[in-house]
Ligand binder design. Structure first.
Ligand SMILES: C[S@@+](CC[C@H](N)C(=O)[O-])C[C@H]1O[C@@H](n2cnc3c(N)ncnc32)[C@H](O)[C@@H]1O
Length: 221
């Protein structure tokens, strides 16, 4: 939690008036520009949990600055990394070029973006909570469908019990039910499941679930 680049810390600096005039993407875009100026590219705690599980063809959906995409590519993965932040995608493209890494970085609004490919690993860390709940649910289904049989999904979201909501615009966020990930991945092999709470201002909390699950080789009838 001490790393300057860790968005859990940075989210705490958002004020409600700022959020009324800017979207979350605009906020992150500014934050990423600052991180590039600071040369601050350390992995956050959720990315550190995810990294050892990444192999083969990887989709990082909501990649932010792409630190995990870079680390995965350095370990031999080929990565499709997507985010709506222009600064982040531009920076990631540049880094991938300089280091000659197999990363395709795509700028897109991921609320309604279909993917026409299957992956060994699909990751989405800290993204779906910025969508309204029907959209978040639909996108989660789409991500599950893009994992090849035997591949893995890594999903991290805020869950109910989160009392710090200042980073959200009303009606444009989703707190998943605490048991929702477990039920959505009921047919999968659960590799890792963890709830983590982080303190926020005024004695409020942010409560995250991180789930890593392997898709069965054959779907049950
Ligand atoms: C909390 S950050 C997480 C970034 C990265 N996965 C990480 O762990 O550091 C949330 C990311 O979601 C992206 N984002 C939010 N809404 C989005 C949208 N509608 N389409 C695409 N990206 C979006 C932001 O630009 C930001 O990079």
């Amino acid at each position: 939690m001490d790393g300057k680049n860790f968005w859990l810390n940075d989210l705490l600096r958002i004020t409600i008036p700022v959020m009324k005039t800017n979207t979350s993407v605009a906020f992150f875009d500014r934050q990423f520009q600052q991180q590039v100026r600071d040369q601050d590219f350390t992995l956050n705690p959720f990315e550190l949990v995810a990294l050892p599980h990444l192999t083969g063809r990887v989709l990082d959906f909501g990649c932010g600055l792409g630190n995990l995409a870079i680390a995965a590519a350095q370990r031999g993965c080929s990565v499709l990394a997507m985010d709506a932040s222009r600064s982040a995608i531009s920076h990631l493209r540049q880094r991938a070029l300089v280091e000659a890494l197999p990363i395709e970085a795509v700028e897109a609004d991921l609320r309604n973006h279909e993917i026409g490919e299957h992956f060994d690993c699909v990751i989405s860390i800290g993204l779906l909570m910025f969508f309204d709940c029907p959209t978040a649910s639909h996108v989660l289904s789409m991500l599950q469908a893009q994992v090849r049989p035997g591949g893995i999904a890594i999903i991290n979201v805020l869950v109910e019990g989160t009392t710090y909501l200042d980073m959200f615009q009303p009606g444009h966020y989703c707190l998943f039910a605490r048991d929702e990930m477990a039920s959505r991945f009921a047919d999968w092999d659960i590799i890792h499941s963890e709830f983590r709470d982080f303190d926020a201002p005024d004695q409020r909390i942010k409560s995250f679930v991180t789930l890593i699950a392997r898709k069965p080789e054959r779907q049950k009838a």
